[in-house]
Design a protein around this ligand. Structure first.
Ligand SMILES: [Zn+2]
Length: 205
């Protein structure tokens, strides 16, 4: 252990090897372009690896929660962006997606400088929260706040995303933190989430 402050999102989307990084980047780019599932064969063509190399990279990525595949093996999500139903809905540049966490729904449009509408829910009161993002810029002057979990993260979808939510107000975030047993992490404004997202998704854009 060190005394360095925990940066909850440092290395959030890092993967261990060059093949996996290329495969994940290609999957993210293609999901953005088509909003449809991707076969391993399509990825192999794009990244100039063999089918076996792509399959091995996809297995490593899936084990880390960095991609998701459907029952037929097609890639349906990468780097937080999903084309199958998930908790947070994201209209991104006119296409319908879902995201693994609310932070993805802010960080991806911020990093890509795209128009987006994020629909999510406050975990404390269940209220629907709609955030409209314009060319990657977040609205100011609304009381919504986010939470960036800070605990150990072996699998981003399992360990980070379930708690990376938006709350109506600081008071609703405080209520959730108390109820959840004061978990490690950081509160962040929408603009702070956007700034962090631009760093996290920099290598995918
Ligand atoms: Zn609330």
């Amino acid at each position: 252990m060190t005394d360095e402050p925990q940066t909850p999102t440092a290395g959030l989307l890092e993967v261990g090897d060059a093949d996996a990084a290329r495969v994940r980047r290609a999957a993210f780019t293609r999901l953005l372009a088509t909003a449809a599932p991707i076969t391993a064969a399509m990825l192999a063509t794009e990244v100039d690896l063999t089918d076996e190399q792509v399959e091995a990279a996809l297995r490593r990525l899936a084990a880390a929660g960095a991609i998701s595949r459907d029952e037929s093996g097609e890639v349906v999500a990468a780097g937080g962006l999903a084309v199958t139903r998930a908790w947070h809905r994201l209209l991104l540049d006119g296409r319908q997606y879902w995201t693994w966490c609310a932070f993805d729904g802010i960080g991806i449009p911020a990093a890509l400088e795209l128009d987006a509408v994020l629909d999510t829910r406050c975990p404390t009161c269940g209220a629907g929260l709609r955030i409209t993002i314009t060319a990657g810029s977040l609205p100011a002057g609304i009381p919504v706040v986010g939470w960036l979990p800070g605990g150990p993260c072996a699998n981003v979808q399992a360990d980070f995303c379930p708690e990376a939510n938006l709350f109506c107000t600081e008071a609703h975030l405080a209520t959730w933190r108390q109820t959840a047993g004061d978990p490690p992490g950081t509160a962040a404004t929408l603009r702070e989430l956007a700034e962090t997202g631009r760093q996290v998704w920099a290598d995918l854009t």
